[in-house]
Ligand binder design. Structure first.
Ligand SMILES: [Zn+2]
Length: 184
């Protein structure tokens, strides 16, 4: 089961306030310590709150390097290029693997397309196997596998550091995950 006590909104706020872009070199020129605050933009984070799907607006700060490149600073609990929080996806995958209703009923309940849940399952298996390697390879989605991933607090950051894309991110060559500078 999920033992996440902190909401995505709280994680998001603490990540943003602790984000120090000086720790992350520019992905274009490699310089560090040279960022200046540039701007911010608003996006929607779809998260799981009190047993329900919830959409909350979040503000993503953007910094500019001396080379001119701007970088968005996206916290670990948000997946680059995705409106869904990592927590939302993992909880839904867990619920999907233990559901007693049909796929259509499940997707209607959570307002997601059927193709989306299958895309997530496929990506979860792929990224799970990347992380754990051949020793612990899985071929299908199981609640235990979701639990195993969820219990590793440092997974989003460590996964990104190893593979240079985020867990459950559908852009294999994009660089992002925070407070890593995300080129955009
Ligand atoms: Zn730069």
């Amino acid at each position: 089961m999920f033992y996440l006590k902190i909401s995505d909104k709280d994680i998001f706020n603490s990540c943003i306030s602790n984000t120090s872009p000086v720790n992350e070199p520019c992905s274009v020129c490699g310089a560090s310590n040279l960022y200046s605050n540039y701007s911010s933009y608003q996006r929607t984070m779809i998260t799981f709150s009190g047993g329900h799907r919830e959409e909350i607006p979040v503000v993503i700060p953007r910094v500019r390097c001396h080379c001119g490149k701007t970088h968005a600073l996206i916290p670990d609990n948000l997946i680059p290029y995705s409106s869904y929080s990592l927590r939302f996806i993992l909880i839904l995958l867990w619920k999907f693997s233990t559901r007693s209703c049909t796929v259509t009923q499940f997707c209607n309940k959570w307002c997601i397309a059927i193709s989306t849940i299958y895309k997530w399952i496929h990506m979860f298996i792929k990224h799970y196997n990347l992380w754990f390697g051949a020793i612990d390879e899985i071929v299908s989605l199981k609640a235990d596998s979701v639990n195993k991933i969820e219990m590793i607090d440092s997974l989003p950051r460590e996964f990104f550091n190893r593979f240079r894309f985020s867990f459950m991110q559908n852009h294999p060559f994009a660089t992002a995950s925070p407070p890593t500078a995300n080129s955009d």
